[in-house]
Design a protein around this ligand. Structure first.
Ligand code: PLP
Length: 412
């Protein structure tokens, strides 16, 4: 008997949020089989892959069926045809130049934003915004960057930067020393964004304090306003301090198809224990080539098709559809006197609960009396208490029906 476990895993809190939502919804449905529930909780897309993507996907599968065009292992970092399309379409129009070896194609922004911390030392201090996409926190707990929980449910050693109504969801710069800083804009769960100037403050802070920003731009495709940066590299000097994560999941309905990418600029450096400066890009390259064997060829061809003229048009139609739902949610909830945030550059709407209700009480009220399912904000962190997240990933008919039902509730 000598095998011992990684005890850091014992420090993790049960991720009971979606399990608990499912339990309550199931119980309600059992007791009220005649009620039609509208689900606006989980952040998964509802529209299928667009035709341009499906055609490219099918053609690539066909290639795999013939010995002449069959593809075996591909480059771990992804095929250059996709990396070239990414650079040309997602960055060059913004005036950002990238080399092919700065683009790492993967099967998800969840894995990349979770794995990235591996290449940094265990004694780095990690800062996250609060509320937060839980992957950033849990992966650092697994890695041993905390000694355990505080009484309030936050982790010792992690630095939390609250984003609330009071600061207009613009987190303050860390007051204590930090090394790695996770930022996600447009934000999950709040749906809010930073302007160029606000993001520039974080970049300049990172430069001054030798901090690396881990910038999650999974919802970039939903940005509508001109003053909101699509990439952190739009900010001068950001290549020296930031890694950026992107995903085709929400952009193009790839949640079940799986494709994403991460940019690790050549300019990015971090210190070794002797105080020397090391390039970060080769470390991520080494990590990926050792632990990852690339995204399947048909999926990368399918992702490439997003950038065709047809693909761009079809994807835009889907995103416009979701954003129309977001507008319906925002307007209807505002009209009945609720404070709502996000939903302008993001498919998420962050609703302040009425009458200072707790997140879970408001969740129950919506479920029981309007048969609408949201996600309690408290599940995303301490400062998520008192909020509820609704998503625009649904049909417009359901969205309108949900708003009608909420408008008839007694708190209105
Ligand atoms: N990053 C954020 C902020 C997300 O909300 C999500 C999914 O919900 C992801 C990353 C995961 O993206 P992927 O499907 O590419 O793993």
């Amino acid at each position: 008997m000598s095998v011992t476990i990684n005890e850091n895993y014992l420090l993790l809190q049960d991720s009971y949020l979606f399990v608990e939502i499912a339990r309550r919804v199931e119980k309600f449905q059992e007791e009220n089989p005649e009620k039609e529930i509208i689900r606006m909780g989980i952040g998964d897309v509802t529209k299928p892959l667009v035709p341009a993507v499906v055609n490219a996907f099918k053609e690539a599968v066909d290639e795999m069926s013939k010995s002449k065009s069959f593809m075996g292992y591909g480059p771990e970092q992804g095929y250059s045809f996709l990396a070239e399309a990414i650079i040309k379409n997602d960055f060059e129009p913004l005036g950002i130049k990238l080399g092919l070896d700065e683009v790492f194609i993967s099967d998800g922004a969840k894995c990349d934003s979770g794995n990235i911390q591996e290449i940094f030392s265990f004694d780095n201090v990690v800062a996250v915004t609060d509320p937060v996409y839980p992957v950033y926190v849990d992966t650092n707990v697994m890695a041993g960057r905390t000694e355990g929980l505080n009484e309030d449910g936050t982790y010792k050693g992690l630095v939390y930067l609250p984003a609330t109504e009071e600061n207009n969801f613009i987190p303050e710069l860390p007051k204590s020393d930090v090394d790695l800083l996770y930022l996600c804009f447009p934000n999950n769960p709040t749906g809010t964004t930073l302007t160029h100037d606000e993001l520039a403050k974080f970049v300049s802070y990172a430069k001054k304090n030798n901090v690396i920003i881990l910038f999650d731009a999974a919802y970039e495709a939903f940005i509508r306003e001109d003053n909101v940066p699509h990439s952190i590299y739009e900010i001068e000097g950001a290549k020296e301090v930031a890694i950026e994560f992107r995903s085709f999941s929400k952009t193009a309905g790839f949640t079940g198809t799986r494709c994403a990418y991460t940019i690790v600029p050549k300019e990015l450096k971090a210190f070794d224990s002797k105080g020397g400066k090391q390039d970060v890009n080769p470390l991520w390259n080494r990590r990926q080539t050792t632990k990852f064997n690339g995204v399947s060829y048909p999926v990368q061809r399918a992702a490439e098709a997003i950038y065709s003229d047809e693909g761009k048009k079809q994807i835009k139609e889907n995103i416009d559809y979701y954003m129309k739902n977001a507008k319906i949610i925002r307007e209807n909830l505002s009209n009945i006197g609720l404070n709502v945030y996000g939903g302008i550059n993001s498919p998420y709407i962050w609703v302040k609960t009425p009458n200072n209700m707790k997140s879970w009480d408001f969740f129950d009220l919506l479920l029981n009396e309007a048969n609408v399912v949201g996600t309690p904000g408290a599940g995303f962190g301490l400062t998520g208490e008192g909020y509820l997240r609704l998503t625009a990933f649904n049909t417009t008919e359901n969205t309108k029906e949900a708003m009608k039902r909420i408008a008839n509730l007694s708190f209105v």
